[in-house]
Design a binder for this molecule. Structure first.
Ligand code: F0G
Length: 457
């Protein structure tokens, strides 16, 4: 295969401060072995998240200057609205400051105590916003989606049989159904058009609205073009339009496939629901023509949503994760296969077989990657999702011990990736010397952000 180059050249640079391993050992100790507590100036390659960390284009920076900051009826809103309508076809487009703000509004007006909301896999904030309304968030991804080493073209698909069972049994308690594209919590895996069409058919058979969590819709659409029969010759825009045509609305964190650093939206067809959403929006986010954003943010987003559909960009984007995945697999490192759109997920349990889940192998790996290469990833395992037995206080491990390396859009070049790959392999070669971790302090909720650790001696 010929080399796929970054489809851009660099006009502005942001220096990276170089650090030595000795310095990083000290920095890590001072951050209590929790990379969330490390200052970004002390990071060489930041793979913590792909959310809000992308680089804007010259066209986007130019558009910022054209922002209309009028409180009501801003020109920038209409520009943003027309792009979102062109892609999604939805009637009502409601800007929000980020994805979770759209989720909070949607679930506040649609979900009541005791309700159930199915999804392929709820992202943490979606789940939390549903649970905050005393409802239940149910994950129904296909069984293949839970086996890391198993190859399948659409591991993000919803299990249609399970969905139908749930709909039959609990239809009075289900106010809406959702699908997340791509399925972030399951490895950034895509959902097929066929699956989206069937989810839509089933939900509509029971008269239930269907919403899409659309953060990475362009990456998902390009996977459909590459992998699903009948879509090879369609444009990504046409594929995205078809995806949204099956739904009644969507939530969107524009910090991903909006190619901006902040922003989001909620969209829907139902007039009454939109009226309720706008009422709540005014209470907490702002007037419906800006929703917590500046006019200039809406301009940059309108441009970003057009740029993200560029196929040279998407080809390079999906190749990035695939490239790193191939190199790690060649070195004998286990990852979630195939690689998804925005990240590589390393199986830390396989990386460190001598470290039991109770000693957090994923946390060990994020610390070792920082120490060896100044690389920051995130643990998605027993630190993030482990629970404590209510009676004995003993740790109940999470089903998987993963480390996610998520890639900011248009930020790092191939040599940054080659460097990261080299350091991950170096860390793997030294795996026998790595030690497990123990928690020395933790807060009552969402401990992964602030917990303190120490290596086990
Ligand atoms: N839905 C999905 C699938 C997401 O991945 C995220 C954010 C959200 C909703 C919430 O959007 O952050 O704009 O409020 N994911 C980021 C991540 C934080 O690192 O995966 P937000």
């Amino acid at each position: 295969m010929s080399i796929i180059i970054e489809p851009f050249r660099i006009k502005v640079v942001e220096p990276i401060r170089q650090t030595t391993e000795e310095e990083r050992v000290e920095i890590l100790k001072n951050a209590h072995y929790n990379p969330f507590l490390i200052k970004s100036d002390d990071i060489l390659i930041d793979f913590l998240t792909d959310s809000g960390t992308g680089a804007m284009s010259d066209r986007q920076w130019g558009a910022l200057m054209q922002g209309d900051e009028s409180y009501a009826g801003s020109r920038s809103f209409f520009r943003f609205e027309s792009v979102v309508k062109k892609i999604t076809g939805f009637k009502h487009i409601i800007p929000t400051h980020q994805g979770r703000a759209a989720e909070r509004i949607l679930f506040s007006i649609m979900v009541q105590k005791g309700d159930i909301v199915p999804n392929n896999t709820h992202f943490d904030t979606t789940r939390a916003n549903i649970e905050f309304n005393d409802a239940e968030a149910v994950d129904l991804v296909i069984p293949e989606g839970k086996i890391p080493e198993l190859e399948h073209p659409f591991k993000g698909n919803m299990d249609l049989e399970k969905l139908e069972e749930l709909l039959e049994k609990y239809h009075d308690r289900i106010p809406l159904g959702m699908v997340t594209i791509t399925n972030n919590s399951g490895g950034g895996q895509p959902v097929s058009m066929e699956n989206i069409r069937e989810v839509s058919r089933l939900l509509h058979k029971y008269n239930m609205p269907f919403f899409i969590d659309a953060c990475r819709f362009a990456e998902n659409a390009y996977f459909i073009k590459l992998r699903e029969k009948g879509y090879e010759n369609k444009s990504v825009l046409e594929i995205a339009q078809e995806i949204f045509s099956y739904a009644d609305g969507c939530t969107m964190s524009a910090k991903k496939d909006g190619l901006v650093n902040i922003g989001g939206f909620l969209a829907m067809n139902d007039d009454e629901l939109a009226m309720k959403a706008r009422t709540l929006l005014i209470l907490t986010e702002g007037f419906p023509s800006y929703g917590g954003l500046a006019g200039r943010d809406l301009e940059a987003l309108a441009v970003g949503l057009e740029e993200v559909l560029n196929e040279d960009y998407l080809k390079y984007r999906l190749r990035t994760a695939e490239y790193m995945g191939e190199r790690l697999l060649d070195a004998g490192i286990s990852i979630i296969r195939p690689t998804g759109g925005h990240a590589v997920y390393i199986d830390a349990k396989a990386f460190y077989p001598h470290i039991p889940p109770s000693q957090f192998p994923g946390q060990t790996l994020v610390c070792e990657l920082y120490k060896k290469g100044g690389i920051r990833g995130v643990e998605i395992g027993s630190v993030m999702f482990g629970k404590k037995d209510k009676e004995t206080g003993e740790e109940i491990p999470a089903p998987m011990e993963l480390v996610r390396l998520a890639f900011p859009r248009r930020v790092y070049t191939q040599s940054h990736f080659d460097y990261a790959i080299e350091k991950i392999i170096e860390t793997f070669k030294d795996r026998e010397n790595a030690k497990g971790m123990k928690i020395t302090w933790e807060p009552p909720f969402l401990r992964h952000f602030t917990a303190k650790f120490e290596p086990v001696e």
